[in-house]
Write a protein of this length. Structure first.
Length: 146
């Protein structure tokens, strides 16, 4: 009669279910411990506010406001053109495509006519959307990519 510890088969047969239980426990822990940040808590209110956003986009088009966005060397620069009087400052919301926790709101100051700048912190990797707004909230421009 052979001793039980020399036979590898019982351990191998128990390893597969044990690995599945361990992987399931890790999956449950990850699901509970981390937030995916993909779904907004106030999605209904945001849905109702979409008409106001569309109206502000239309105001920017009616005024012929256009913007080019440049990011580099720790600086965010926006060149603004159009028929509207240039504001003293601009607000830029940098919106991450999938992680709301990474979003930033920056204030850009006018350095010369039609040119606005601010310091740009290092951004996590990913797709970014830039939403430019005047200080009074009358118009906005959305630019994809940064």
């Amino acid at each position: 009669m052979k001793p039980w510890y020399r036979e590898p088969w019982p351990w191998i047969l128990m390893a597969a279910p044990a690995a599945a239980v361990f992987a399931g426990a890790v999956t449950v822990w990850l699901a509970v411990a981390t937030s995916d940040g993909l779904v907004a808590d106030d999605y209904y209110r945001r849905g109702l506010a979409i008409n106001q956003e569309i109206r502000r986009d239309q105001v920017a088009r009616d005024l012929g406001i256009a913007a080019s966005v440049e990011a580099g060397a720790g600086t965010l620069r926006v060149r603004l053109s159009g028929r509207a009087a240039p504001p003293e400052a601009l607000f830029a919301r940098l919106v991450h495509a999938t992680r709301a926790g990474y979003d930033l709101r920056l204030r850009l100051v006018r350095v010369r006519t039609g040119v606005y700048e601010t310091e740009l912190p290092e951004l996590p990797a990913g797709r970014w959307r830039v939403v430019l707004e005047d200080p009074r909230g009358e118009w906005r421009i959305v630019k994809e990519g940064l």
